[in-house]
Write a protein that binds this ligand. Sequence first.
Ligand SMILES: Cc1cc2nc3c(=O)[nH]c(=O)nc-3n(C[C@H](O)[C@H](O)[C@H](O)COP(=O)(O)OP(=O)(O)OC[C@H]3O[C@@H](n4cnc5c(N)ncnc54)[C@H](O)[C@@H]3O)c2cc1C
Length: 318
Amino acid sequence: MTAATVAVLVELRDGAVTRPTYEAMTLARSLGTPVAVVLADDFDPAEGARLGTYGAAEVRIVAGDVRLPSRAAAALKQAVGDAAVVLMVSTFVNKEIAARLAVATGAGVVVDAAGAEMIDGRVETTQTVFAATWNVRTRIESERAIVAIRPNTTMAEPAEVPGVAAESVVTVDLPAARESVVSVEPVPAPEGVPLAEAPVVVSGGRGTNGDYTLVRRMAEVLGGAVGASRDATDEGWISHEHMVGQTGTTVTPALYLACGISGAVHHRGGMQASGTIVAVNIDPDAPIFEISDFGVVGDLGDVLPQAIARIEERRRAR
Ligand SMILES: Cc1cc2nc3c(=O)[nH]c(=O)nc-3n(C[C@H](O)[C@H](O)[C@H](O)COP(=O)(O)OP(=O)(O)OC[C@H]3O[C@@H](n4cnc5c(N)ncnc54)[C@H](O)[C@@H]3O)c2cc1C
């Protein structure tokens, strides 16, 4: 039986392919033969070659103004050809594209998936729902499966046998625009690594008492992003883009470090699916410890400087 074609929608940031795309490419290899689809007028061939090292047999470049999800979905419908699986990173925009593409092609769709497998010719996904209190396994019964996969749920690894990454430009017929994008300007990104994609998130809550110096330092040492509880952002100690939880960003990093956060259900809903959860709290009965893999009962003003010093010491010893 020939392997299914798995079209992977490529995410670009400043012209470079993002790490979550390589995670999706890695997952795509376990489902079939990956084909990368790039929606961009200008694509660096070196980036295409790198997609090949992650197994892309082909890189299809779709030029044209596809900034609106409706047009991106119309372009993808044509560019993915007969791919049995369409995989993309679970971002807000991609979730809309996935839904539109599913309606347009009659495909089954799962967004915010944490994993996907090919079983008896059908894709099965896993995901957590209801504030990460339930694990759900879904089998997509349609001929085509569309899956939006959360960042940090697959380890990005180059292929043992690289793909050919043959580049081609796909010309698509786009429907007449019902809306048009007048301008696109980046909002200044919050400091450091983007929260939703970060492999490590160090969050501070009310226990910081408004001083984020140690939380930021720890995030810097671990190469992670800075998160916060809603109470901390409501206090104006840190901007709302850093909020993790039900009304903030949902994160699934490999390591989540909660500093001075009680672990209210609204906060847990946005971080409970993280790989390893570590908490620092002065209260041994804080609910955050119920979901922590590793807990330190202590003042973050004592614990974090010692942890930072030990991490730096070990790095120097290497
Ligand atoms: C509809 C709704 C939606 C919400 N959405 C969100 C959301 O998206 N995200 C979110 O975070 N919250 C959300 N909340 C708020 C949530 O219910 C909690 O109020 C909030 O998460 C508590 O923040 P906290 O843990 O920082 O503060 P607290 O609950 O006050 O906890 C502070 C913790 O710090 C510890 N501490 C104090 N001093 C120190 C120290 N020196 N060292 C170490 N530990 C210390 C304390 O023991 C305590 O456990 C929402 C609430 C509602 C009603």
